[in-house]
Ligand binder design. Sequence first.
Ligand SMILES: NC(=O)c1ccc[n+]([C@@H]2O[C@H](COP(=O)([O-])OP(=O)(O)OC[C@H]3O[C@@H](n4cnc5c(N)ncnc54)[C@H](OP(=O)(O)O)[C@@H]3O)[C@@H](O)[C@H]2O)c1
Length: 351
Amino acid sequence: MEHAFTLAARGPAHGPNPRVGCVLLASDGTGLGAGWHRGAGTPHAEVAALADARERGQDVRGATAVVTLEPCNHTGRTGPCSEALLASGVARVVVSVVDPNPQAAGGAVRLGAAGVEVLTGVLAEQGERVLGAWLPAVRRARPFVTVKIASSLDGRVAAPDGTSRWITSDVARQHAHDLRAEVDAIVVGTGTALVDDPSLTARTASGELHHHQPLRVVVGYRQVPAGARLHGPGGELVVVRTHDPAVVLDALHAREVRHVLVEGGPTVAAAFLRAGLVDEVHAYVAPVLLGAGRAAIGDLGVATLADAVRLVPREVVPLGPDVLVVATPQRAATAAAGTARITTTSTDEER
Ligand SMILES: NC(=O)c1ccc[n+]([C@@H]2O[C@H](COP(=O)([O-])OP(=O)(O)OC[C@H]3O[C@@H](n4cnc5c(N)ncnc54)[C@H](OP(=O)(O)O)[C@@H]3O)[C@@H](O)[C@H]2O)c1
């Protein structure tokens, strides 16, 4: 299963489909084939592993398929994996995480009914970690939400004249670009779109566009000007005319978005926090003092300290002169109690 996890982590972190790996083993433990899912529209891990075994001339009849997520039982962009496994003649299927997606689930039952021995829940906690943001997004039928803040040491994201470029260092900004390349959508309010004229692209260290570009989502009623950078090269621009974060997430869920990065500004970030729709906060803090200017987060309706939004710190990462603090709002942490933290970057050494 650990080998299957390693393979799963080779798949893309973004996209509507989960990262899944599969290993086919003979009864003496010899590897017969292995595969992983490379993203929506490409073969699922089980089918890729069966193809690998075929290419190597291996007979998988009576073999064991070890797979990180329950084989699907539906025809989506590709056919059901349960049928592919049945047709291959494997005798056992060992699964880590049971599929929470109601449309795809049922593979274990289908295989069991056809006489295949099925074992589920193997190293499930590790399996859930590999699935990352995908798992809570599918379980809750709404995208996983990460709020990103880049602030001065005194918690400000812009100087009094509105200038905000750049508070954090190149190292921190590159880290944030790498995170953009792993999410499905970036959200900002019209305030940020109008003041900063951002391009909201994911760029490499050399300044080129990453292969994957997240959707660029602007929330609010004002127009994005025709000449704005948001109309330039990058992900599709989506304007959601609302002030309700739940409406934004519904619209993105309908587009199969699993992981959203809310990049501000203070008004929109506060709206998501007030609505209890933030799963993780990434705060890049620079050793800069502004003394005045916009605070990172707008009004949260907190009048007294007892009402403060408390977060559980998960990770502290030094980034050049800056520091990244990854933290989970206490409410989200309580909801996820017992399950592992969601990381956006894999621990797999191959990534
Ligand atoms: N350093 C950083 O990390 C960072 C990141 C982002 C922004 N900033 C700075 O933040 C400043 C902009 O702040 P901002 O608060 O105006 O930006 P914002 O949060 O991006 O946009 C606020 C606007 O979005 C709309 N909106 C969407 N949802 C809303 C809601 N629930 N409640 C109220 N309004 C909602 C409203 O405009 P409509 O009237 O159009 O509906 C509102 O005026 C800029 O100076 C920018 O440089 C800094």
